[in-house]
Design a protein around this ligand. Structure first.
Ligand code: DC
Length: 209
């Protein structure tokens, strides 16, 4: 039996941390689907290409790019959110994500995918669906601290504003907007630490499988 876990939610809510921990605990492969949109955006930025080339870039996306440290830069995330609103870009990346879940690499017994539309569009039949969220302020503070730890100059108010702008675009787009699937467990992580979130998710998974 292949176990598939779909995790969606806004930026900096704790999806990635939870996804990695669940993947390790259940011996599953992990795909951060945001890296596909970020990889598309990074190629446009590096090669100085217009947003209108995003579809062709997404179709030819190289896996090596998906571990590039520049993927995490704020400018890459901002453009990723813009190209992610283009339906043909999403269509170009859909099979990649579904194949990953169906045939997880490394002989794993299943996969964890995180993103914005995994439970609603990419894997509507996933056995476990989680929607990880937190208040805007809590998420902006986490991102702000991360940037500070990396030694990057950051202003909290600016981080909050950028995050709200990105969430608004990810939620308002007409194709595959960010929203919880009807059968998703919603976890608000504003007042929880990573261990507490992990343990809530583990309890839920135990009920489902
Ligand atoms: O999760 P992230 O910050 O790496 O995602 C970057 C952008 O990619 C995000 O603002 C919206 C887009 N995205 C998406 O539209 N659908 C996904 N499944 C994952 C990410």
């Amino acid at each position: 039996m292949i176990l598939t876990i779909a995790i969606d939610g806004p930026a900096a809510a704790g999806k990635g941390t939870l996804a990695r921990r669940l993947a390790a605990a259940h011996n599953l492969a992990y795909l951060d689907s945001g890296s596909l949109y970020r990889g598309t955006a990074l190629t446009l930025l590096r090669d100085n290409l217009p947003e209108t080339d995003a579809v062709v870039v997404a179709q030819k996306l190289r896996p090596e790019l998906l571990t590039d440290p520049e993927l995490r830069a704020e400018a890459t995330g901002r453009l990723a959110s813009k190209v992610a609103a283009i339906p043909a870009v999403r269509a170009a990346l859909l099979d990649w994500q579904r194949d990953f879940a169906k045939r997880p690499p490394g002989g794993k017994q299943g996969a964890v995918l995180d993103g914005r539309d995994i439970g609603t569009v990419v894997l509507p039949d996933a056995m476990v669906k989680l929607f990880i969220t937190a208040s805007d302020e809590a998420r902006a503070m986490r991102r702000f601290k991360e940037l500070q730890e990396k030694g990057e100059a950051a202003i909290y108010a600016r981080v909050l504003e950028d995050m709200r702008e990105r969430d608004a675009r990810d939620t308002a787009r007409s194709t595959a907007p960010m929203r919880p699937a009807e059968d998703a467990l919603i976890i608000d992580t504003s007042a929880l630490d990573a261990d507490q979130v992990f343990s809530l998710a583990q309890d839920y998974i135990a009920q489902k499988i």
